[in-house]
Design a protein. Structure first.
Length: 121
């Protein structure tokens, strides 16, 4: 794998991830507004998301049932996953190129990203 090919693949991944996330959030947001357009939001009290929308499993289950709020969360998960997948793809590319230094750096960055996601929950 050449540097140019790796850069091209990473560019495609980043564009695809951001466009997919934007499409999911945009369509889901429109569905959410259409479903809740007549409701008056309770601004006098703070309302957190439903418990089911705080886990990846709950978001995926809600998305399978076409719940707009879960689908919005799914779009945000796609957006968060995009740079993580970019680092993983770079690590694979560096491995295939035989570039051990950048492979090591990519794996360290990937480990930090994954651990920060795990420990933020």
């Amino acid at each position: 794998m050449t540097d140019e090919r790796l850069e091209s693949l990473i560019g495609i991944l980043l564009r695809s991830g951001v466009l997919a996330a934007a499409a999911v959030v945009g369509i889901s947001g429109a569905l959410f507004v259409a479903e809740h357009h007549a409701e008056r939001p309770p601004y006098s009290r703070f309302q957190v998301e439903a418990e089911a929308l705080r886990t990846i499993g709950g978001i995926l289950r809600g998305s399978m049932h076409m719940q707009p709020d879960a689908m919005i969360q799914l779009g945000l998960l796609l957006l968060i996953a995009t740079p993580i997948l970019r680092v993983a793809l770079a690590a694979v590319g560096f491995y295939l190129e035989g570039d051990r230094l950048y492979l090591g750096v990519s794996l360290i960055v990937l480990t930090i990203l994954v651990l920060s996601l795990i420990h933020s929950a």
